[in-house]
Design a protein. Structure first.
Length: 427
């Protein structure tokens, strides 16, 4: 029997709920959630602590956007890690332990950033350390995705992705935002960064112990970026899938990149941002991902992708139309909850659809290519956000993001992948 045939039979057994489905047990899902928690504490620090403090210190929006864009570059090139995870060496080590290694490096980088205080006096050093930290986080991310492919059957992907992304937001809002935000307010940024570094190191140790290599039926074969891209492009509609992945989160990146300046325009101090935003954002995200864990697999990955895209577009356009109510804290908080809830559906469904689009033999490489496309807006969209605010104002920027998201939602309706479509690409 050929190697390709063996891999395909293993995939069919895994996806249909055969013996490999035991990999979906709670411990594996918890490990995946823990690894995404590390990603969350990094992004929570950047969005909820670092950027608002840079804005309050008078750092121009262009420089803030530059830091965001610089850190986004590794996420575009993270696909280079895919072939590494598809090698025999990485299979023997196990993607869990590779992910743990990435988390150790993240912890070391956070500890280094604790020495760069005050932030305004070290903008350049912060930017480069933030860049290096994101290189390590990309390795951890690709390894985590490979671990998910090894341990989670296709029928449970929506639920697993929801748990992973929920872990991301627990790290971002509960740990980095609320808990560490309070520490930063009381003892300064270095103390908060030390706590985050310790949390990342703890997760790394636990994952290294409980997520060692396993002889799963879905063991990957060596692949290449060229082969992964070629397989996608040659499949029917594959170019549309790649283009959609490259654009679907652009509006979300724009709104996130200008958020620090937007809060400043509202008259909110960094301390007020933590007090007024973190808890409601966490509630919205967790409610969104809990409901997504139930919703995405039942309704179908592509259907939820379409519906959540249209709902998010409506929310942004409606919020822009209510510019006069932005002075009311309760109104802004209600919008944050709604936006977070809908965005959770969008993220869970998008990742599940792209997992459906990967081939069995080179899953890590092919999914790394697709998620690298997802991260392309992190490089160019922050600058676009700064330009949009200058040209359209904040209300116009929200409205434009809504229109953009509506167009992408209609594109999602044409995708031929997803559990509800009965098709799979790249196989």
């Amino acid at each position: 029997m050929s190697d390709a045939r063996e891999v395909e039979l293993a995939r069919l057994e895994f996806d249909s709920g055969g013996p490999a489905q035991r990999g979906a047990r709670g411990r594996d899902v918890a490990v995946l959630g823990g690894l995404y928690l590390v990603q969350g504490i990094v992004w929570g620090f950047g969005g909820l602590l670092l950027l608002p403090r840079l804005a309050a210190a008078g750092v121009p929006l262009e420089q803030q956007a530059g830091i965001v864009a610089l850190a986004g570059a590794p996420w575009v090139f993270k696909l280079a890690w895919g072939p590494v995870l598809d090698t025999a060496w990485a299979r023997r080590l196990g993607p869990g332990r590779v992910a743990a290694l990435g988390s150790v490096i993240v912890a070391a980088a956070l500890a280094t950033m604790a020495t760069l205080d005050p932030p305004r006096a070290h903008v350049g050093a912060l930017a480069w350390t933030w860049l290096l930290l994101n290189v390590a986080l990309c390795l951890q991310d690709v390894a985590t995705d490979a671990l998910a492919f090894d341990r989670i059957p296709a029928a449970a992907r929506g639920r697993a992705v929801a748990v992973m992304l929920a872990g991301h937001h627990v790290g971002a809002e509960a740990l980095a935002g609320a808990w560490v935000g309070a520490i930063v307010a009381a003892r300064g940024l270095p103390a908060g960064l030390a706590v985050l570094a310790g949390a990342a190191a703890l997760v790394a140790v636990v994952v290294a112990i409980v997520a060692g290599p396993r002889g799963d039926a879905t063991a990957r074969a060596s692949g290449s970026i060229r082969e992964a891209v070629q397989a996608l492009m040659l499949s029917p509609g594959g170019a549309v899938v790649i283009g959609f992945a490259a654009l679907v989160f652009a509006a979300d990146v724009v709104t996130a990149a200008v958020s620090g300046q937007w809060f400043l325009e509202l008259g909110w101090t960094p301390e007020a941002v933590v007090e007024r935003v973190v808890v409601v954002l966490l509630v919205g995200n967790l409610a969104g991902y809990v409901s997504a864990a139930w919703l995405v697999d039942r309704l179908g990955h592509r259907r939820v992708l379409l519906g959540s895209g249209l709902a998010l577009a409506s929310a942004w356009i409606g919020f822009a139309a209510c510019r006069g109510l932005w002075s009311h804290v309760a109104f802004v908080q209600a919008f944050i909850v709604v936006q977070a809830w809908i965005t959770a559906w969008l993220y869970a469904a998008t990742h599940a659809v792209l997992m459906d689009a990967t081939g069995a033999r080179i899953r890590a490489t092919q999914f790394a290519v697709l998620t690298a496309c997802l991260n392309l807006p992190r490089v160019w969209a922050p600058a676009l956000g700064a330009w949009a605010v200058a040209a359209l104002g904040f209300a116009g920027t929200f409205a434009a993001c809504g229109v953009w998201q509506a167009v992408l939602a209609l594109v999602a309706a044409s995708l031929g992948v997803g559990r509800d479509s009965g098709q799979a690409r790249g196989r």
